[in-house]
Design a protein around this ligand. Structure first.
Ligand code: C2E
Ligand code: MG
Ligand code: MG
Ligand code: MG
Length: 279
């Protein structure tokens, strides 16, 4: 009797696994159609320059409007896109689309685009960036590519060479989610990033832990000394903002200032900014 139950349990477990695997397979197939069918789109979240008191950039964040499942988060579909290699054309599309959008904005406003490790290792990235810039007419230093520390897991020499060749195109490079991965100060010495984005996990802890404040302070001090900007990710309240300002963080991004916006809402944000400046 016990044995029968055990078997039933196992069968249940196996079919649950099957279901997961099948769902994943179906999502992969769907993702193939997504780009062609125009189901992918970008949202844009502003980065606010605390010194200048204005928006300095928008980060392009990918979304998938699935015909049956509804809106899917990049946390759920980017890993699939990486495993299948689809991230390469998807990422190229994001870079082109972001440059096209940024071309409509004031000249001092940049666009930041996330570049995954798989995409970064693809030799076509330079050409994609060059073509997106040429096609849109966007000045190269208005495009900022966000990469993460996970890139440096292996082939550091190769990664550095690719970073330098991207930089040679005139684009900016930011180190995203700083402090979460294989954080090593040696990357900061090896490549002159334009910006360090301090991971949201440190910002969450700001109001409850003195340690978090000390970490922010040391990152901003280091960044200053190296001539890099800092952006705090995931700022959700004024308490966090006050500490970040005190500790010398140069930019903030987060729901406190603004959630990611559809492209069509951006003109309004600039209009409000102009009205404030004139008042
Ligand atoms: P990320 O690059 O670190 O982007 C920041 C994420 O934090 C975004 O999530 C953003 O919506 C979220 N966020 C911003 N402010 C707040 C806040 O105040 N509170 C909270 N709780 N969250 C906040 P999102 O859009 O879901 O993107 C998640 C991740 O997916 C991104 O993390 C990035 O790693 C990846 N991703 C998004 N778009 C792309 C893309 O086009 N290409 C690639 N390769 N990855 C992308
Ligand atoms: Mg990012
Ligand atoms: Mg980030
Ligand atoms: Mg993050």
């Amino acid at each position: 009797r016990a044995k029968r139950e055990g078997k039933g349990g196992l069968r249940f477990f196996e079919s649950a696994m099957d279901e997961e695997a099948q769902k994943r397979r179906q999502m992969e197939l769907d993702l193939h159609d997504a780009m062609r069918e125009g189901q992918l789109f970008l949202m844009f979240q502003p980065l606010f320059d605390l010194g200048k008191g204005r928006v300095s950039a928008f980060e392009a964040l990918m979304r998938w409007q699935h015909p049956e499942r509804g809106l899917i988060s990049p946390v759920d579909f980017i890993p699939l896109a990486e495993d299948t290699g689809l991230i390469v054309p998807m990422g190229a599309w994001a870079i082109r689309e972001a440059c096209r959008a940024a071309r409509q904005w004031p000249d001092h406003v940049r666009v930041a685009v996330n570049v995954s490790a798989v995409q970064f290792r693809n030799p076509g990235l330079n050409t994609v960036v060059m073509q997106a810039l040429a096609e849109s007419g966007l000045a190269p230093d208005r495009l900022e590519l966000e990469i993460t520390e996970s890139l440096f897991i292996d082939n550091v020499e190769g990664v550095l060479a690719s970073l330098h060749s991207l930089r040679a195109l005139g684009v900016r490079v930011a180190l995203d989610d700083f402090g979460t991965g294989y954080s090593s100060l040696s990357y900061l010495r090896s490549f002159p990033f334009d910006k360090i984005k301090i991971d949201r996990s440190f910002i969450i802890d700001l109001l409850s832990s003195d340690g978090a404040t000390a970490i922010i302070k040391s990152i901003t001090t280091l960044a200053d000394a190296l001539g890099m900007e800092t952006t705090a990710e995931g700022v959700e309240n004024v308490g966090q903002l006050d500490i970040l300002r005190e500790q010398g963080c140069s930019h903030i991004q987060g729901f406190y200032f603004s959630r990611p916006l559809p492209e069509g809402a951006i003109a309004e944000l600039f209009a409000e900014e102009r009205a404030r400046a004139a008042a």
